[in-house]
Design a protein around this ligand. Structure first.
Ligand SMILES: [Zn+2]
Length: 430
């Protein structure tokens, strides 16, 4: 059983223990983002950057994966970054993967839509028969907890997840034949679904992933609680911490049992700004001496808006126009994200009122500073999903972003370092 694993583990690109996935919708902030990783390095933590952009984002913006690669390469050159860095084809499927072959070396294989679709009965039986080692009481390393897996649990879990893992295998082999083994980092993601996976389910999923021969380096389960876009976690942080610890232990067990790559780690698809669970992520990583890939969503674009508003003049006027347009089209903009946003329409200020705002009023409503009276999470979420408005403005938007590079870059770097990297990887409170 370990033969496959040894082969899986020993070749090619390897993701470091600590990594951060950042989005950059308009491909103008790679350098400012990388600057935050350079600051982490100066503080003693090697946090490797991964620039992620999904097919949906490319479609809405009208961009190509090559633009992500060009921006990343230019940033790395400009800051003389010596550590690895990656470009992530985020949430790709069999249908969307091919446009990313030239530019990406990290693939988030999203099979969430196949969860619950039953695999053929023969495949389920074959899987159950192949894994008698799971049918006992399993003590996860570093935890007090023992899990009793029965044949019934194994079969039910296979019924829920085997089709999804088999699909991940197909996508993996597609990428493998285009790029060659070891020339990319594979991640399997199951986060965009309704129900959290339990640690036992994760262990069984990893057994199936090993059967498929996927040398998975990161896995993104769905955790319990709500991970809305661009705003804080909603849920029980103590439960999250327990769950994360058990997931890490299940991964460590699976790595040993099935010979999966030794650097396999959790990928937390945070949707950005899950500040209240950052201390739990940090302490759990330390407790288990484990790594993590923290994927933040596209809140860098909100820092562009904050920078424009802070700049005043034309920048502030543009930021207000964008809010006005986003407000006018709020139903259409929110529809694709309905399961991951909670906007209270009563909390959205009228565009006419925003017209009269100062730089300070705009930035303090949008900037995610917990516990401040001016911070407005409904406005933040609307603008977060409103990047289509800026995309439609074309060069009116990007020209002003470029003209105000300094003030924007400062906001991008500070946000990524102070609010994300420092609490998660350095254990500093934000
Ligand atoms: Zn995700």
């Amino acid at each position: 059983m370990n033969m496959l694993g040894d082969r899986m583990a020993s070749r090619g690109l390897r993701l470091s223990k600590y990594s951060i996935g950042t989005g950059d919708r308009f491909a103008r902030q790679a350098r400012a983002q990388l600057q935050a990783c350079a600051m982490a390095l100066a503080s003693g933590a090697e946090v490797v950057p991964v620039w992620n952009k999904s097919n949906r984002e490319h479609s809405i913006i009208g961009s190509e994966p090559s633009s992500v690669r060009e921006a990343a390469d230019a940033a790395v050159k400009s800051l003389a970054w010596k550590l690895p860095y990656f470009c992530d084809a985020d949430h790709i499927t069999l249908e969307t993967v091919s446009r990313f072959f030239d530019s990406c070396d990290f693939y988030t294989i999203d099979v969430a839509e196949f969860i619950g679709q039953p695999a053929p009965a023969g495949e389920i039986e074959a899987f159950v028969n192949r894994h008698p080692e799971l049918l006992r009481s399993i003590q996860l390393p570093g935890t007090e907890q023992a899990f009793e897996i029965t044949a019934e649990i194994l079969r039910q879990t296979a019924q829920k997840f085997l089709a999804a893992v088999k699909t991940a295998g197909k996508v993996y082999r597609d990428i493998d034949s285009a790029k060659g083994a070891g020339n990319f980092i594979p991640e399997v993601s199951m986060d965009e679904t309704d129900r959290a996976q339990s640690p036992v389910e994760l262990l069984i999923i990893l057994a199936a992933i090993a059967d498929e021969g996927i040398p998975v380096q990161t896995i993104a389960p769905k955790f319990s609680g709500r991970f809305n876009k661009g705003v804080d976690y909603v849920g029980d942080t103590a439960q999250f911490e327990r769950e994360m610890g058990l997931d890490i232990a299940a991964i460590a067990y699976a790595v040993r049992q099935y010979g999966l790559p030794a650097n396999l780690k959790l990928s937390v698809h945070s949707g950005s700004d899950k500040f209240s669970i950052y201390p739990a992520i940090h302490s759990t990583m330390k407790k288990f001496d484990a790594g993590v890939h923290l994927k933040t969503a596209g809140t860098t674009w909100l820092e562009e808006l904050i920078g424009l508003a802070e700049a005043g003049g034309e920048g502030l006027a543009l930021a207000k126009d964008i809010y006005g347009e986003a407000f006018a089209h709020r139903d259409e903009l929110c529809a694709p994200y309905s399961t991951v946003i909670d906007i209270d329409p009563a909390k959205l200020p009228a565009p006419a009122a925003v017209r009269g705002w100062s730089s300070e009023q705009y930035t303090s409503a949008l900037r995610h500073m917990r516990g401040t009276a001016a911070y407005n999470s409904s406005l933040r979420q609307l603008l977060h999903v409103g990047f289509k408005v800026a995309a439609k403005m074309g060069s009116r938007y990007t020209d002003l972003v470029e003209a105000n590079e300094a003030v924007i870059a400062k906001n991008v770097t500070e946000n990524l370092f102070d609010r994300h990297i420092a609490p998660v990887f350095l254990g500093r409170s934000a």
